[in-house]
Design a protein around this ligand. Sequence first.
Ligand SMILES: [Zn+2]
Length: 214
Amino acid sequence: MTLLLLSLALAGEPPPITDRLLPYEDARVQLTVEYLQAHRTAPLSGEAERDTRMEPKVIVLHWTAGPSAASAWNTFTAPTLAGRAELLGAGALNVGAHFLVDRDGSITRLFEEDRIVRHVIGLNHLAIGVENVGGGERWPLTAAQVQANAALVRWLAGRHPITHLIGHHEYRSLEGHPYFEEKDPSYRTTKPDPGAAFMTEVRALVTDLGLQGD
Ligand SMILES: [Zn+2]
């Protein structure tokens, strides 16, 4: 798996992706519209289907801080956020990510890439989220995850007008950029994921793409 992923990361071949799409049902559409109304500075069109789709321009890498893909899956399944007091005040829409990368580098797609998903303050309306299972000192991200993320970034950059690749811990570097939209100047969180070392390793495999963000 590792050698295969490394060659894909460098060659630009599509990495193996398993589709296991979560429902983007009426409740999620409605909660997403409410979230966007509360947070986006640009006006919405009023058509929910259109307002919950996007043209991806940024890729944000994350870690789940949990040990298993199953626990991440369970966290992301419901449309409504549970038990995250620091986030609930900013909206009831659940957090999620478009892709989940397991510790062996296997990639699962959870949402269509042009659907808006809540995973990063200020950028959800144009950012694809990639969650990596594990993280921190307990479950350091793996070499297979580095290679899978690089292969995924390369593939996504060929499918969408991606200009930026950032780690979640770097998102505030885009404050002031036209991409960044957040009505509430006090709504900011400090994130450790996925860490500078991981971003350096992923970026080293995709330097030729010329993505900004570091
Ligand atoms: Zn994150």
